[in-house]
Design a protein around this ligand. Structure first.
Ligand SMILES: [Zn+2]
Length: 432
């Protein structure tokens, strides 16, 4: 046995010991019991690295299902001129002209290190692929996927932010990216000039998913409302995914315009998404920041209705999307922060709702990115685990406690401890 986490509290409140060998969880036993089942001897504990969790909450590694690693931390170079999606695309498009491998790598490392510190053990990254930036982001992330393999799983999405038809040359680059080892084909349906081009974009992305046998992950319907049909494609995409038999292989990011539909129409689209096995990934930090910019009163929230995703049975995760750039000038690569934001904006509260929100960054996110078989706190899962500085499962999102220890496949990859002293009282408040 390599590692035993003693007296770990699961989010359902149970206290358990988690036994790890060769980076994999082999047993989860009631805390303090030395046998998993009658007659099964456990190796002497002195053969293992033992971590006493002392009742602290332990969660599976957090998953960023949608993160623009290549474009992060650009906010100090040039801000968004008008706060809109169009403004963000324009200013970032200009900055991309100056991207170098070294600069992208430096910003990416800073971001990934921060994500690991905050308990993230898998990132699905969406580097831009277009004739301006070429494969710079993909190439950097391919090297980082290897460099970080002991600390973080990195999935690389070849992402045509500037469109495919609208940016000639992009299709060939997407093929090169997939041939070079990108894990997922991306899409950006709304960045085409016409509805017909948007439909063609969807077909091209799904063709590539089939040809290279990779999942697809598209940006879709990122608008305040569905008045422009290029921003009302979720149902169409669901139907095309179903027709091609790509169940559980396609995710959609944003889908904010869905919130503007009347309930009956909304319910019909959600049912098509659920039936097709198309996942939806709200990106609340960006959705809130760029949405509602033309509203002069009662500014819209512009986030897909999360409870309705749950009720309709749509697989869902949430993610940071952008961090400190023209799309989202905030963020610390901390999924607990984003989860609290999602709860606040989505009218989600109480232990049951907050527990489901946390699942959107753990077990549900694992389904979205295709790693459900190896994720979780159960035998057979990778020992990607986060020990939190709280003993209260309900406090995980409300308190966003320190990530005391982050394990990647059973190895410690980050530790955080803090001590706070209340100097006006003779008492030390220690966060273990
Ligand atoms: Zn995105």
């Amino acid at each position: 046995m390599d590692l035993i986490l003693r007296t770990a509290r699961l989010t359902d409140g149970r206290l358990v010991d988690v036994h790890v060998a060769d980076g994999t969880i082999v047993r989860v036993t009631e805390a303090g019991t030395e046998v998993a089942e009658a007659g099964t001897e456990v190796e002497p504990t002195d053969a293992a690295h033992v971590v006493d969790c002392a009742g602290r909450v332990v969660i599976p590694g957090l998953i960023e299902a949608h993160l623009h690693v290549d474009k992060a931390l650009l906010d100090r170079e040039r801000p968004n001129p008008d706060g809109t999606l169009a403004g963000a695309i324009a200013v970032t498009g200009e900055l991309k002209r100056g991207f170098t491998h070294d600069a992208v790598r430096d910003r990416a490392r800073t971001l990934l290190d921060q994500a690991i510190t905050n308990g993230t053990t898998l990132v699905r990254a969406h580097p831009d692929v277009d004739p301006v930036v070429g494969l710079t982001g993909v190439e950097v992330l391919l090297t980082l996927r290897d460099e970080y393999r002991d600390a973080l799983d990195l999935q690389i999405v070849a992402f045509p932010q500037e469109g495919i038809a609208k940016a000639p040359g992009t299709l060939a680059l997407l093929r090169q990216a997939l041939a070079a080892g990108a894990d997922v084909i991306g899409g950006c349906t709304y960045n085409e000039a016409t509805l017909a081009a948007c439909h063609e974009h969807v077909e091209t992305v799904l063709d590539l998913a089939e040809e290279f046998d990779v999942p697809a992950d598209l940006h879709a319907d990122f608008a305040d409302d569905t008045s422009d049909p290029r921003f009302a494609l979720a149902g169409h995409i669901a139907d095309r995914v179903a027709a091609r038999g790509l169940h559980d292989r396609v995710a959609l990011g944003h889908v904010t315009s869905l919130a503007s539909l009347p309930p009956v129409s909304r319910g019909a689209v959600l049912a098509r998404l659920a039936a097709a096995g198309v996942a939806v990934v709200p990106l609340p930090a960006t959705d809130l920041h760029l949405g509602g910019r033309s509203d002069d009163r009662d500014v819209r929230r512009g986030v897909v209705p999360v409870r309705e995703l749950w009720d309709a049975g749509v697989t869902s995760a949430y993610s940071s999307n952008n961090i400190r750039n023209a799309f989202t000038p905030f963020g610390n690569a901390d999924l607990l922060d984003i989860g609290l934001l999602l709860a606040q904006v989505g009218h989600l509260s109480g232990p049951d709702d907050l527990g489901r929100v946390l699942e959107m960054a753990t077990s549900s996110a694992a389904r979205v990115v295709g790693v459900a078989d190896t994720h979780g706190i159960r035998p057979g899962a990778a020992a990607d685990l986060v020990v939190l500085s709280t003993t209260d499962p309900a406090g995980v999102l409300l308190d966003r406690p320190d990530r005391n220890i982050v394990f990647k496949r059973g190895r410690v990859v980050a530790e955080t401890t803090r001590t706070t002293r209340l100097t006006t009282r003779s008492k030390e408040l220690t966060h273990a």
